[in-house]
Design a protein around this ligand. Structure first.
Ligand code: NAP
Length: 244
């Protein structure tokens, strides 16, 4: 399928895991992709080589000025920006009793400020084009909360309120903003976990398996493409039925 033919997407944090899965699906559907990373420069180079029409940018998602510079550079390189996926995210888990102020701030900065930074930066070009799709990567934990993840859950819940507000402010300009809330997605990170623990997780999910980056990428494909041209302000949970 070529659902994204003629479109340019920015995907943050696409050197591995979910971001890389989205990149692969977007390229397979005809999109040109600008992606970012924090430090994996070598991996980014390999991705540029592997896929056509793809360029990597080292850009800290939590840095306001860096987002502006990124958008200017992508506009120079690609000429337009149709889709933005704020995917980059980190965890610094701890019980509240033990959570440092620094770990609170860092998670909010990378996971939540990042969406503000890049949305602000793409606003002007998208307003000019009178179209755009912004997709923010939340988590099921942003809906339910989770012990030991107060900072992460707050950042992911914040993305939902932010996205619904953006959808209301910019709908009249044909700029859509939606949220994807993944459940338990099996990536390189989860491959390191104890198999017994992972099996217990799988069994507690109605669809009896962990999700794949491709499962998340397909939701992003829908939201990034014109198939979803009448969908905005929504949270799509992609979690095998974990949370209903
Ligand atoms: P991941 O494997 O840890 O990959 C994170 C990506 O983000 C990497 O490309 C990393 O780049 C980049 N990154 C980290 N900090 C950054 C920063 N400050 N600026 C720019 N890029 C940065 O993550 P993932 O598991 O695929 O998760 C992706 C998103 O989905 C996150 O927002 C996460 O919260 C959300 N999510 C994941 C799950 C899950 O089960 N995996 C579930 C729910 C939600 P480097 O390689 O350079 O470090």
């Amino acid at each position: 399928m070529n659902l994204l033919e003629g479109k340019v997407a920015i995907i943050t944090g696409a050197t591995r895991g979910i971001g890389k899965g989205i990149l692969e699906t977007f390229v397979a559907n005809g999109a040109k992709v600008a992606f970012t990373y924090a430090s994996s420069a070598e991996v980014a180079k390999a991705i540029e080589k592997e896929f056509e029409g793809v360029k990597g940018y080292q850009s800290d998602a939590g840095d306001f000025d860096a987002a502006q510079e990124l958008v200017n550079q992508v506009l120079e390189d690609f000429g337009q920006i149709d889709i933005v996926i704020n995917n980059a995210g980190i965890t610094k888990d701890n019980l509240l009793m033990r959570m440092s102020h620094e770990d609170w701030q860092k998670v909010i900065q990378v996971n939540l400020d990042s969406a503000f930074n890049l949305t602000k930066a793409v606003l002007r070009p998208m307003l000019k084009q009178r179209k755009g799709s912004i997709i923010n990567m939340s988590s099921i934990v942003g809906i339910t909360g989770n012990a030991g993840q107060a900072n992460y859950a707050a950042s992911k819940a914040g993305l939902i309120g932010f996205s619904k507000s953006v959808a209301q402010e910019l709908g009249s300009r044909n700029i859509r903003c939606n949220v994807v809330a993944p459940g338990f997605i099996e990536t390189e990170m989860t491959a390191k976990l104890d198999e017994k623990v992972v099996d217990e997780w799988r069994n507690s999910i109605p669809l009896k398996r962990g999700g794949t980056p491709e499962d998340i990428a397909n939701a992003c494909l829908f939201l990034g493409s014109d198939l979803s041209s009448y969908v905005t302000g929504q949270v799509i949970s992609v979690d095998g039925g974990m949370h209903m």
